[in-house]
Ligand binder design. Sequence first.
Ligand code: ARG
Length: 299
Amino acid sequence: MKAQLIHTVAELEGFDLAALSNCREPRRVLMCTPEHFDVVDVKNPFMEGNVGRVDKERAVTEWEALRRTYEAAGHEVLTIRGAEGLEDMVFAANQVLPGLGADGQPYVLLSRMRHPSRRREVPIYREWFERRGYKVFELTSEAGYFEGQGDAIWHPGKQLLWGGHGPRTTLRAYEEVSRILCVPVITLALPHPNFYHLDTCFCVLTSDAALYFPGAFDAEGRALLAHMFHHLIEVSEGESTRWLACNAHALDGRTVIIQRGACETVAHLRAHGFHVIEVDTDEFLKSGGSVFCMKMMIY
Ligand code: ARG
């Protein structure tokens, strides 16, 4: 595996996905308990008008149902206890990026969160992984910001990362990410203010299929995606915004868990042969998050 940054379709010249090392899919799910979840400020446009409007009981019920959905689908769910005063800690996709080294050893790369209030989540996750023997990598301050699995998404089955940058993660972070993990990173600019993490507008389904909202990307980003996925399923701006439909999660290349209500997206997924499970994450939508960011897939 080698470090490499790809920003343009021209740079994909000679790039051979099949030649990259394979990587098994993570099977275990890490979730953070929701008792301290709240919306106390506005970190992204979805949070506007929602300060103090979370129904806490409902949030716990929705979180429990999501946990049961993963368990019913045959995944082991591990939990980390949410800490008081860390209202966004429940979004377990952001604090680290988990991966598998060339030696087969699982590691985590720690995030450098943009918002000071979220920086305090990272040491708690770090300790959780260290206690379980994971190797821990860190970025330097030169990297700027990096928000874990929210912006850095593994291409299914391959040692290849898709790296969103703009509102949260800085482009220069990927130079270090690529070098430290020895993997290529295809970078995608996120120019639309609503789609502040890559997982709000892009969802890998299989090695050859993905969901995306085209309006969240620039022309180069759309071209990179079109080059790498033969089946790109377009999600409308309405369903991307109202239901965070791209913040879905494809489990095993067959089953997709998605917020309830995104009828067109669900129909497209079914037409492509996916089994769709709709869940309620309404309370978390008030904070700009849904299925994908409420968990972290770990090795
Ligand atoms: N309120 C959280 C924030 O703005 C939501 C994070 C959602 N996570 C994600 N990966 N999209 O940071």
